[in-house]
Design a protein around this ligand. Structure first.
Ligand code: BGC
Length: 453
């Protein structure tokens, strides 16, 4: 019989969101536009023409939202700060009102006994910086470090957990290679440059933190284990390329000071030889790694899939979420064990994990039954416990997401929240998954031993 589930006493249970997805009021009180403001207002880019103009109206309702978090018993809250709220043009003059919003949010979280965990960049690049080339301009490392310094000086007296970037892979893949996300480019030559400048910016911000900050800083990546569809050498090589591109592209430089060799194979002449001093900047020691996990991929060779020549294979006997992602909890254990073995067992947090399912409120509107999400969370929390048992240095877990929110180019059509949001009235209704997660927190995971709950 497997040992009973119980997490270490200090295990940090939280929920996560990001600025553009929940705040609304993107131009209020002197804030500047971000590339997501621009992208969402470009016809055809976001489903149904949805935008972050109102979203969850969290910018105005943050106090109620923190009360809700307190009611759920959250120990931590991971959110991102909007660069263009604080620096409307991305650099230069600070918008005091924007900075004050985050100052108030941090204070009220602490008053409610909730640990704030800040991510400095969750995709909403200031539009003014995109006009200067955005992630393609090498100067962005300095601009990002200056913005990060502004945030450290204001909040590091109270914020103990910082992350530089959220999911740089998505920024490069969605923003510069395939074009489905802002700024919407589709260019094999740009993607490697965006990757490298994201990592340089991360390194420069960590360096700034060593000068300014007293607590802990890390980076958040999304990892998706790749399993070969067969033993055919072509499938195995395709799996290695997919793994290098998604899982090692960012972690190898940060932890091992080198890029995976497969990137040259994937990008060909578009992959430059980067200067050694850049890799030294990128490989600054970090205090923790944030891992976002949603799904896995079974991978096969596909000559037509540009530029990876690898494609996912749909599994016939699996459950898929509303975003078309296979539910595969074992992949979370495998991923965490892989991080431990490949990168020397750094302190790790699961900084996002969750699922979109269709879960309408009951006719009375006072309850949302979401059994598929409850099952998803139960399995994945079981999976992180298995990782802890295997010796992974896991310190906490954050569910994605606290609230239903703007799911990027899917607009409001995909709901990831453990709290339902009625976007017409802004009414929040905790779903059954929120109740379940509250019990997980209150019992430090022991509720998972009870199969009937
Ligand atoms: C992102 C979130 C997003 C979630 C679900 C992650 O890639 O960090 O912003 O909403 O996945 O797609």
């Amino acid at each position: 019989m497997p040992s009973a589930i119980e997490f270490p006493d200090e295990f940090l249970w939280g929920a996560a969101t990001s600025a553009y997805q929940i705040e609304g009021s993107p131009l209020a009180d002197g804030a500047g536009p971000s590339i997501w403001q621009r992208f969402a207002h470009t016809p055809g880019m976001v489903r149904d023409g949805d935008t972050g103009d109102v979203a969850c109206d969290h910018y105005r309702r943050y106090a109620d939202d923190v009360a809700l978090m307190h009611g759920l018993g959250l120990k931590a809250y991971r959110f991102s700060t909007s660069w263009s709220r604080v620096l409307p043009r991305g650099r230069g003059a600070v918008n005091r009102a924007g900075l004050d919003f985050y100052d108030r949010l941090v204070d009220i979280l602490l008053k409610n006994g909730i640990e704030p965990a800040i991510t400095l960049f969750h995709w909403d690049l200031p539009a003014a910086l995109d006009d200067l080339g955005g992630w393609l301009n090498p100067d962005i490392a300095g601009w990002f470090a200056d913005y990060a310094t502004t945030m450290f000086r204001k909040l590091d007296d109270r914020v103990k957990m910082w992350a530089t970037l959220n999911e740089p892979w998505v920024v490069t893949d969605g923003g510069y290679l395939h074009g489905a996300l802002a700024p919407g480019h589709r260019n094999r030559f740009e993607a490697p440059i965006a990757t490298h400048n994201l990592l340089r910016a991360h390194g420069a911000a960590v360096q700034a933190y060593r000068a300014e900050g007293k607590h802990r800083i890390g980076v958040v990546v999304n990892l998706e284990p790749k399993y070969p569809a067969s033993d055919d050498p072509a499938d195995r090589a395709a799996t290695a390329r997919a793994d290098a591109y998604m899982n090692r592209q960012y972690l190898d430089p940060v932890f091992l000071k080198r890029y995976p060799a497969e990137l040259k194979e994937i990008f060909g002449e578009a992959w430059p030889d980067w200067p050694a001093e850049d890799l030294s900047l990128i490989a600054q020691p970090i205090d923790f790694l944030g891992v976002n996990y949603y799904t896995r991929n079974v991978t096969r060779f596909d000559a037509h899939a540009w530029p990876l020549r690898a494609s996912p294979v749909r599994q016939t006997r699996a459950t898929y979420t509303e975003t078309g992602w296979e539910v595969f909890a074992q992949g979370l254990t495998d991923t965490l064990v892989w991080v431990k073995e490949r990168y020397g067992n750094p302190p790790v947090y699961v900084t996002e994990n969750g699922a979109a399912f269709f879960d309408p409120p009951t006719a009375e509107g006072d309850r949302v039954e979401d059994p598929l999400r409850v099952a998803y969370l139960r399995k994945h929390i079981g999976a992180i416990h298995a990782a802890v048992r295997s010796g992974v240095n896991l310190r906490g877990y954050f569910v994605w997401s606290l609230l239903d929110n703007l799911e990027w180019s899917h607009g409001f059509s995909k709901r990831f929240g453990i709290v339902h949001v009625d976007f017409a009235t802004q009414k929040r209704t905790p779903k059954d998954s929120a109740r379940f997660y509250s019990q997980v927190i209150a019992t430090n995971g022991r509720v998972l031993n009870n199969t009937s709950s």
